[in-house]
Ligand binder design. Structure first.
Ligand code: FAD
Ligand code: FES
Ligand code: FES
Length: 496
């Protein structure tokens, strides 16, 4: 066990020993640490809550095949110990030994992508991450990579143009030549667990699941962090002192992704961006909702375990995962249990998870019986916004267009993510047509009493919930008609 953290920064390995430093604590953010150094003030603070991207830096992480993967993150949400074993790249890291600008910086200059310049280092780092990960990115990929960066004066067109210009020749920068050297340096950093003890705080970073479970048993009140995109705001916005932290962000077992004939198992510690790559074809409704979840910087940090761990009534993951009939895996010192997500949430931010248990995985059954699953998120803007109302719907029909199974799950309509059981009961066995759906919509008023808040009025929420049901019907119309034609063709061929 070690008590310091080591990472690669500014061309060399840097070690921070918290016990001998009065300037930093285990919950000092990477942003604040950088800004405390004389030569690293390029990284800016705008909001300190993950919304503006002015603090964007890139982390280089060793992947299983020994190569480096680059991810943009908001440094205002990353605690210093989360850097252990990684490479930290800031805007100061980009120019080459001859002092020339990096291709993404040069493109920003050439395309006039900066005016006051406050947002520019953040944009440059998001573009650098795009440059390292995509050759010839599409307009959608460029826009997605910039979703987490705000600019108030230049306008986005020249920045998007700079991205397109720079990314024509991916990976032809100096970093491409130094990758193996850096990977070698990172490989040599100790992978054992970290235990940081300061007079006010305990920060433990276990290196295995067994260790994490034992720690949770020994410290049931400790705050678990995975991506910390939720918890970090308690430090940056509420200025809380987090006394005891168990950081599971480097537990390898929580990052596993596996599948068998019947289901897919997603580790609770996999980042949402990694989940997107894996599930696009198998679970398109999950992919859809992830594509409007936060921003690249948030999805590179945030995890499924963290999202379900918040038990938020506006969690974007719960409705869609419940519609996919997913199970959550909880593990503690007394063993492992797998329960339906339908039974996980018990009230406002309350779950059945015991204090000594960790969320370790989510298991999603594969769609076998032609069920249709769709997800919806209604928010004030498309990207980087919190849901006003969200939904995950699942439908199965027989050859007569009768509903044989239906699940309607709403977020933002109650104190917790909730199924509309009255509507489900009404629709079961009925013909799936516009008339029946219109009748069913009226039950939503009786089933939900949403609140009015800064985001929307209760009346608006009810109207949206009803309209989403109608939208679901219209979107499934093609599938329904397709199935009817198919079943009629089968009947005809049986008759012949
Ligand atoms: C700018 C911004 C945008 C956001 N956008 C969205 C959005 O579009 N949709 C949305 O739903 N949310 C959004 N969020 C909220 C948050 O990012 C998500 O809920 C995210 O999935 C949390 O994951 P995390 O790993 O960062 O959680 P953490 O902050 O690490 O943890 C969150 C909670 O889960 C618990 N926890 C974490 N891991 C485990 C585990 N393995 N076992 C038990 N408990 C655990 C923690 O103790 C904590 O209570 C946003 C947040 C920010 C700052
Ligand atoms: S300072 Fe705004 S995202 Fe970090
Ligand atoms: S250049 Fe001024 S905020 Fe973007």
């Amino acid at each position: 066990m070690i008590s310091s953290v080591t990472f690669f920064h500014n061309g060399k390995l840097k070690t921070i020993d918290f016990s001998s430093s009065s300037r930093v604590t285990p919950t000092t953010t990477v942003l604040n640490w950088l800004r405390s150094l004389p030569d690293f003030k390029g990284t800016k603070e705008g909001c300190a809550e993950g919304d503006c991207g002015a603090c964007t830096v890139v982390l280089g992480e060793l992947s299983n095949d020994g190569t480096l993967r680059y991810k943009s993150v908001d440094s205002c949400l990353v605690f210093l110990p989360m850097l252990h074993g990684k490479q930290l790249l800031t805007v100061e890291s980009l120019k080459n030994e001859a002092g020339e600008l990096h291709p993404v910086q040069q493109a920003m200059v050439d395309e006039h992508g900066s005016q006051c310049g406050y947002c520019t280092p953040g944009f440059v780092m998001s573009l650098f991450s795009l440059y390292k990960n995509q050759e010839h990115p599409t307009k959608e990929q460029i826009e997605d990579s910039l979703t987490g960066n705000l600019c108030r004066c230049t306008g986005y067109r020249p920045i998007v143009q700079a991205a397109a210009t720079a990314c024509i020749h991916r990976n032809q920068d100096e970093f491409a030549y130094h990758t193996s050297h850096i990977a070698h340096q990172l490989e040599n950093i100790s992978k054992t667990s970290i235990h940081i003890q300061t007079p006010l705080q305990t920060y433990i970073k276990p290196a295995s699941l067994g260790e994490a479970i034992t720690l949770k048993h020994q410290h049931p009140d400790a705050i678990v962090i995975s991506g910390a995109t939720d918890i970090a705001l308690r430090v940056t916005k509420r200025h809380e002192l987090l006394k005891e932290i168990i950081d599971v962000s480097d537990v390898p077992e929580l990052k596993e992704y596996s599948e068998n004939e019947l289901s897919v198992s997603i580790g609770a510690g996999l980042s949402l961006n990694d989940i997107m790559q894996n599930t696009k074809l198998q679970f398109p409704a999950l992919f859809e909702i992830l594509s409007v979840f936060g921003s690249q910087q948030i999805r590179n940090l945030a995890t499924l375990g963290g999202n379900l761990g918040t038990a938020s009534p506006i969690s974007d993951m719960l409705p869609v995962l419940m519609a996919y009939n997913a199970n959550i895996v909880l593990e503690g010192i007394n063993g492992r249990r797998e329960i339906s997500l339908d039974n996980f949430i018990t009230g406002y931010r309350q779950t059945v998870r015991k204090p000594d248990e960790l969320i370790t995985a989510v298991i999603i059954p594969k769609i076998m019986n032609g069920a249709v699953v769709k997800s919806y998120k209604i928010s004030k803007r498309r990207d980087l916004d919190i849901s006003t109302v969200s939904a995950g719907f699942r439908l199965e029909l027989n050859g007569n267009n009768e509903v044989t199974s239906i699940k309607l799950v709403y977020g933002g309509m109650a104190e917790r993510t909730k199924r509309s059981e009255t509507v489900e009961k009404f629709l079961l066995g009925k013909i799936w047509n516009r008339e029946t759906v219109e009748q069913a919509m009226s039950f939503i008023d009786k089933e939900f009493t949403p609140i009015s808040d800064a985001r929307a009025s209760a009346e608006y929420r009810r109207a949206v919930a009803k309209n989403l049901l109608m939208k679901f019907w219209s979107k499934t119309l093609y599938e329904t008609v397709g199935r009817l034609v198919e079943s009629k063709t089968n009947e005809d061929s049986e008759r012949q």
